[in-house]
Design a protein around this ligand. Sequence first.
Ligand code: C5P
Length: 222
Amino acid sequence: MKKNRPQVTIAMDGPAGSGKSTVARRIAERLGLLYLDSGAMYRAVTLLAIADSLPADSPKLIAQVKMCHIEFRDNGKTILLNAEDVSVQIRTPAVNRLVADVAKIPEIRQEIVRHQQRIGAEGSIVAEGRDLTTIVFPDADFKFYLDASVTERAKRRLAELQAQSVDTTLAAVEAEIRERDEKDATREHSPLRVAADAIIVDTTDRTIDEVVDFIIAQVIEN
Ligand code: C5P
């Protein structure tokens, strides 16, 4: 990392299960940076839709998102929605099913992107999601696009879910990931895409440590 950088922004995008959350968290720990899990914020506001059975595009949900308070604690490990710890709830299958529909609403994105940019302005950060390299931090110092085959991504998600005793199958997880990929990549506003200046990292046959070391090497050398 160049010594004269007052503040560094590392942005990472990629589809579900590409490894970006784990990789970004580890990089943040190793380099002493703030970790921003942008997907957790879309997941948190999805809970507002579920709680009141609101359709994703309802004006009432948009109003609730504008008023809600989202806060991270323990460098991203804990997320509070209106002061309630929702770190576990945001990972449930109900949220997985609905989050991409909520995240495609432009007014909701606008609100969340503003919040992310405020967090990014506070100091050095590793941020990951779907539009961090393209929309949220287009001038990030470092941009990476993490990818992996859909089967590998589904296997990783299945292992995570099984660790939480969620009863599901590889086929069901793969179908859910494919559906979410399709929605995230084809939506009108801020679709998932590879930024022109991003380094593409295929994580299919690489361990988390290998990916972390590769990215840290890029950051330190540049
Ligand atoms: O990263 P994660 O899988 O937790 O993200 C959940 C969902 O949130 C994604 O499938 C996507 O619909 C939405 N999202 C988004 N933009 C981001 C991060 C996540 O639209 N920057």
